[in-house]
Design a protein around this ligand. Structure first.
Ligand code: PLP
Length: 579
């Protein structure tokens, strides 16, 4: 006998089947066009909105009901709610005046690819569950590796291969787990406490989180100090000294995260000498190029990745500058795919099938943390195929060109100073103290080159092809490193850090400027620029100095927007300096 609940359940199910209201092809088409029209109008008007959202925390609860509606509403009404309540609560990342963080370069191909992938809604945990999704990922990861000039062994035809993960943090967790397990298998699980991870104080905080997740003792994360002497890149000498001290004290060096394009200033760690040292000690090197990896599509930037052939893994976020937004598209390559799959494979009877057993297919569930996965390769494929390598190169080069224009404008104004070498499309600058402006600028540039660049070039490291990027930079990292690192829980374990005088201190602490005073001035400047609603930028702290970051990367940004942004910066600076 059926009880009432079952009868009710059957009735509800019956209605749904009859109405097919969850996926009626005609209604889907009507609503789909409505969404595309809505977004297209949004893109056309995005420059009209104040970029930084003006809402107060908790604003949305005042507008939307505190419980889900009993009955559904038409999409027309819901889109009205989006216009009235959601759009005001957005910080408009796609506005042409958005220069904050690392922008998210949107493209029609990625939005449509994302829709296509959602439309198919396959769950491609193993080959059988969605052969096309797996094989397309395999293919585009090889395409990308070739287009970016990555070494052969990162390709599937070599010993390695690529996978699309959700984030750099995941890429680090997965590779860290792989080498952790390898070493523990050799040395015994008791050795976990002895494992040491190396990074610089400019490495993204994802590394520390990943290390925590995989059980590395927080005291064993060596955060090596960088200075402007090496343009905030990690010193190989300092790395060697630190490793040697660790070995002497019975620790086991495990993993190094080197960065091409750090988050604060896009500093570049010297991958080649770091890898050489790491190799001597059997350390796994992961290269995090979350932002700047996109530039490797242009051959002139490949000097920055010199030495990548000695790294064990490499990742970049295609969802940043590479037109494959939204987030969730981190491309990871490993040299040895078995190292990864040994640690990450998962078995269950219901997942068994003939193709997997044949070992002739890839089961991406064994390359990542979760089981389920999205059909992300579709949007990467659509982006690569729609725009081609040349289209992507033009996209990157155009943004670098715009950043260069902005850099030139900053350099022309003696009240400001560009504080770090610009390698890509990020300009780091700050307002000087009025009485120091002239002096500092006079000494900051020689023949258009920052003093720090020149110093770096003097001290040795040059990229393998003799130049890199649009400037022909030759950046040195071979200076005598000072023993200075801190552990992730904040202890300074050693000392003798040489402060970089040339770039920061002339107007930060020397000559009566007062570091805090200038920091506050620059902080106010960022605040007032962002309050203008026309421009949005963010800041970073470098050696105790508050600096402004101007990151070009939004696809809607044109030269006129960059020039407008500079005017907004100047206007606000003039107002602040008059106060
Ligand atoms: N690494 C670098 C150099 C970054 O700039 C960022 C974010 O901007 C990350 C890692 C974090 O990436 P994800 O959010 O994919 O973990």
């Amino acid at each position: 006998m059926m009880n009432e609940e079952t009868i009710m359940g059957d009735k509800v199910l019956g209605n749904v089947c009859l109405d097919n209201k969850f996926l009626d092809p005609v209604e889907f088409k009507r609503q789909g066009y409505m969404i595309i029209d809505f977004l297209s109008d949004y893109y056309a008007r995005v420059h009209e909105y104040p970029i930084l959202s003006q809402v107060e925390p908790g604003y949305l609860a005042r507008h939307l009901s505190s419980s889900a509606p009993r009955e559904g509403e038409p999409l027309e009404n819901l889109l009205e709610d989006v216009t009235k309540f959601i759009i005001p609560g957005l910080t408009h990342w796609q506005s042409p005046g958005f220069f904050g963080y690392f922008p998210s370069s949107l493209s029609a191909a990625t939005v449509l690819g994302e829709s296509l992938s959602a439309g198919f809604s396959v769950v491609s945990f193993n080959w059988q569950s969605a052969p096309a999704a797996t094989e397309l990922e395999h293919l585009v990861m090889d395409w990308l590796a070739q287009a970016m000039g990555l070494p052969e062994h990162f390709l599937f035809s070599g010993s390695g291969g690529g996978v699309i993960l959700g984030s750099t943090c995941e890429a680090i967790v997965c590779t860290l787990v792989a080498v952790r397990d390898q070493v523990l298998a050799e040395r015994g699980r008791i050795s976990l406490e002895k494992l040491v991870v190396y990074c610089s104080d400019q490495t993204h905080c994802s590394l520390q989180k990943a290390a925590r997740i995989v059980g590395i003792n927080p005291n064993n994360v060596r955060v090596l100090r960088t200075t402007m002497e090496t343009a905030m890149g990690l010193s190989p000498t300092l790395l060697r000294e630190t490793i040697e001290a660790d070995v002497d004290s019975g620790h086991i060096p495990l993993y190094l995260c080197a960065t091409i394009g750090t988050t604060s200033t896009t500093a570049v760690d010297p991958v080649l000498p770091l890898c050489k040292i790491a190799k001597e000690y059997g350390i796994w090197v992961h290269v995090d190029a979350a932002y700047a990896g996109a530039t490797l599509i242009c051959p002139e930037y490949r000097g920055f990745s010199a030495g990548i052939e000695f790294a064990n893994s490499f990742s970049f976020n295609a969802h940043k500058w590479f037109l494959c937004t939204p987030a969730g598209c981190c491309c990871l390559w490993v040299k040895d795919q078995e190292a990864l799959t040994r640690s990450l494979s998962m078995e269950a009877d219901y997942l068994r099938n003939a193709p997997s057993d044949s070992k002739r297919v890839i089961d991406y569930k064994d390359w990542q943390i979760p089981l389920s996965r999205r059909f992300n390769s579709l949007r990467v494929w659509l982006v690569l195929s729609s725009y081609g390598i040349e289209g992507l190169q033009n996209h990157i080069r155009n943004h670098v060109r715009l950043a260069k224009i902005f850099e030139g404008l900053v350099e022309e104004d003696e009240r400001f100073k560009v504080v770090c070498p610009r390698y890509f499309a990020l300009v780091c600058f700050r307002l000087l103290h009025p009485c120091l402006a002239k002096r500092a600028n006079g000494h900051a540039t020689e023949n258009g080159q920052l003093v720090s660049n020149i110093r770096c070039a003097e001290i040795g490291h040059s990229f393998s092809n003799g130049h890199a990027g649009d400037k022909g930079h030759s950046v040195s990292h071979s200076h005598a490193g000072k023993s200075c690192y801190s552990t992730s829980n904040g202890h300074t374990a050693a000392n003798s850090h040489a402060a970089a005088d040339d770039i920061m201190t002339p107007y930060a602490s020397k000559g009566g400027g007062g570091g805090e005073e200038i920091n506050k001035l620059n902080q106010k400047l960022v605040q007032s620029i962002n309050e203008s609603g026309r421009v949005f930028l963010t800041h970073a702290m470098i050696e105790g100095n508050y600096i402004l970051r101007f990151a070009v990367g939004t696809t809607t940004t044109k030269e006129s927007d960059v020039r407008m942004a500079w005017e907004v910066v100047q206007e606000n600076a003039s107002r602040l300096l008059l106060k």
